[in-house]
Design a protein around this ligand. Structure first.
Ligand code: SF4
Length: 260
């Protein structure tokens, strides 16, 4: 009996994959369903109720399989735009790939697109984006075009909630390939989600920021997310110390203040 259920579910899953590949967005893909509700049982029981079940994408569809094979930035951007590997694809206006295309010595990594980013398709717009731009231009003396800015997630979580561990695990191969292709000297993760992924730790921001981490040939200087700084302006001085650490790694001097 269990063999019949498995065969039925496998057939149903294959059918749904084909529907999805043909553009039917009502079919949601969940790449790693909980073991206790494996694809077979889940697909069968939900199908019995006439609903679209969650199914595992083909291995070749997953960011983990596709991202490392993307030879260049534009190919990677195109693959991300097509990605349906997690449920966040259902609510997005568009994927938010990056601002900038390199070459760049510095790369900022944020958390996930918000409302304005989802609408415009560009990371760090709106008030947090204005603050990040000020950090880059007034603080570091660079132009925004001199750096690359990306996020851990490429699609907006509903109501701007925190990304789940599963969403981060699914999406981060895109970011990892972005970092490989840009190959920055200094990475500046903005906030805990980005810092934890880049450094492969679950340590709090309080313990991560305020120093330079060596990651192979790259330096990592975590600092606060601009949205956090907007809510906690007193933390801006700590952020500025972090940025100065990054600038020292890059050999950058603070820009001259006119009339100071
Ligand atoms: S959040 Fe990432 S993994 Fe999920 S659909 Fe968007 S691009 Fe794909």
């Amino acid at each position: 009996m269990s063999g019949e259920r498995a065969a039925l579910a496998a057939g149903l899953a294959a059918h749904l994959r084909r529907r999805r590949a043909m553009g039917d967005r009502r079919v949601a893909f969940h790449p790693n369903p909980p073991p206790s509700r494996g694809v077979s049982a889940a697909a069968t029981s939900i199908a019995d109720r006439g609903e679209a079940p969650a199914v595992t994408p083909l291995a070749g569809d997953s960011p983990r399989a596709v991202a490392p094979a993307c030879p260049d930035w534009e190919t990677l951007r195109e693959r991300v735009a097509e990605c349906t590997a997690c449920g966040l694809c259902e609510g997005r206006t568009q994927t938010v790939f990056a601002d900038g295309a390199g070459p760049a010595r510095v790369m900022f990594v944020g958390e996930a697109p918000g409302y304005h980013e989802d609408r415009q398709g560009v990371p760090f717009v709106g008030r947090a984006g204005e603050l990040l731009t000020a950090i880059i231009t007034k603080g570091m003396g660079l132009k925004r075009e001199d750096v690359v800015i990306a996020n851990v997630l490429k699609c907006r979580p509903p109501e701007n909630r925190d990304p789940t561990a599963e969403e981060k695990r699914t999406c981060t191969p895109w970011l990892d390939r972005q970092i490989e292709l840009i190959d920055p000297e200094v990475l500046i993760p903005l906030g805990r989600h980005a810092a934890n992924h880049v450094l492969g730790t679950e340590t709090s921001m309080g313990r991560l920021r305020g120093r330079v981490h060596a990651l192979g040939k790259r330096k990592v200087v975590p600092t606060f997310h601009p949205a956090y700084l907007l809510r906690n302006p007193a933390a801006k001085k700590d952020c500025w110390r972090d940025i100065q650490l990054a600038m020292a790694e890059l050999g950058l001097e603070p820009p001259a203040r006119g009339g100071a």
